[in-house]
Design a binder for this molecule. Structure first.
Ligand code: SF4
Ligand code: SF4
Length: 195
C-alpha cells in the first residue's frame, strides 16, 4: 500500500477505539467481582463452636515456596483450649511481601484451617503492616460461636469434630449436622471461597 495512506490508517485505529465500550473501572469506588476461585488473602477458619481449626502443625509453612508463613504451635490444656485435640497455632503470620498467592499452603493444610478469600487489597505504605498476624487472619466469629479459649462443645474428642458433616453430627453430642454446615459456610467468610 502507498505510504501516504499510513497516517489515515493510524487515525482509523483511533476512530475505531472511540466507539468501543470503555473497560475502565473507577477503582476503588467501583470494585469488579473476582472470579469465584480467585486466590486472595488467606483466612484461618473456625469450628462451629468458635474453636480454631489450626493445629499448629506447620505443614503450610513447609509447603510455601516463598517462605512466607511462620507458625508456632503450643499445647492446649483443659483450662485453656483454643482448638480440639492436643495442639493449636499460638503464633501465625503470613508475610504478604513474599506471598505469591499460589495456594500451595492451603493444599497442604490437613484440617482445612487455612483457605483463601477473594480479597485482593493487600497494598500498604510500610513493610510491617504487610506481615499479617493470626488475629488479622482468623475468621470472624459467626452467630453461635464463642471466642476461645473454651472447652470442646461439639464432642468429646478431636475425632468428633472431624466427623462433623459426615455422620450427621458427632455421636452422643446431640448437635445437629447443621452445625457442620455452618462451619463450612464460615470458611468462605467474609467474601471468599473455600479452595
Ligand atoms: S499462597 Fe503460596 S506463597 Fe503465599 S503463603 Fe501460601 S504457599 Fe506461600
Ligand atoms: S494452617 Fe493448617 S497446615 Fe498450617 S499450621 Fe495450621 S493446621 Fe497446620
Amino acid at each position: 500500500m502507498l505510504d501516504f495512506l499510513d497516517p489515515i490508517k493510524g487515525f482509523g485505529v483511533t476512530f475505531h477505539q472511540m466507539f468501543k465500550k470503555v473497560d475502565t473501572v473507577e477503582y476503588p469506588e467501583v470494585m469488579r467481582p473476582t472470579a469465584p476461585r480467585f486466590h486472595g488473602r488467606h483466612q484461618l477458619n473456625r469450628w462451629p463452636d468458635g474453636l480454631e481449626k489450626c493445629i499448629g502443625c506447620e505443614l503450610c509453612a513447609w509447603a510455601c515456596p516463598a517462605d512466607a508463613i511462620y507458625v508456632e504451635g503450643a499445647d492446649n490444656t483443659d483450662a485453656e483450649r483454643y482448638a480440639p485435640g492436643e495442639r493449636y497455632g499460638s503464633v501465625y503470620q503470613i508475610n504478604y511481601l513474599r506471598c505469591i498467592l499460589c495456594g500451595l499452603c492451603i493444599e497442604a493444610c490437613p484440617t482445612r484451617a487455612l483457605t483463601m478469600t477473594n480479597e485482593y487489597e493487600l497494598a500498604d505504605t510500610n513493610r510491617e503492616s504487610l506481615i499479617w498476624t493470626k488475629e488479622q487472619l482468623l475468621a470472624p466469629l459467626q452467630a453461635g460461636m464463642e471466642p476461645p479459649p473454651h472447652p470442646m462443645r461439639l464432642g468429646e474428642t478431636e475425632r468428633d469434630y472431624y466427623l462433623l458433616g459426615r455422620t450427621g453430627g458427632p455421636a452422643g453430642t446431640g448437635r445437629p449436622a447443621e452445625a457442620a454446615e455452618a462451619a463450612d459456610a464460615g470458611e468462605a467468610q467474609p467474601n471468599g471461597h473455600q479452595q
